[in-house]
Design a protein. Sequence first.
Length: 147
Amino acid sequence: MKERMNINKAEPAIYKAMAAADKEVDAFELDAKLKELIRTRVSQINGCGYCINYHTKDALKAGETAQRLFALSAWWETPFFTEEEQAALKLAEQVTNISDGGVNDDVYANALRLLGEKKLAQVVFVTTTINSWNRIAISMHMVAEGD
């Protein structure tokens, strides 16, 4: 695949806005590994190879295990994720697939119970931000870099 255009060169304000969103995400109290799990899972759902490559590397740097990254696409079928992580991942999936009926009341209530309002809001914003990055990367055919 060949990159269509470098969107940052075409309109630097786009990357400036996205970088500001990422800076806010970086300041969230959510665990760094959970942020990367959310970013990776959402990128898997959206089929964004560029972002999967990027965020799995960041997850490993944050201390995530290869086993959990390998199992992430079927997290609900494994014992590897905490109840809080499961709630965050389920919420992120439903926010990503918002056109499939929105966020289910039970999923929302469970996430609220386990995460509290502040972390639930942070999960929604991490999810929203990575969905935006996925759409930019996929539309522009951004190419993942090897090691």
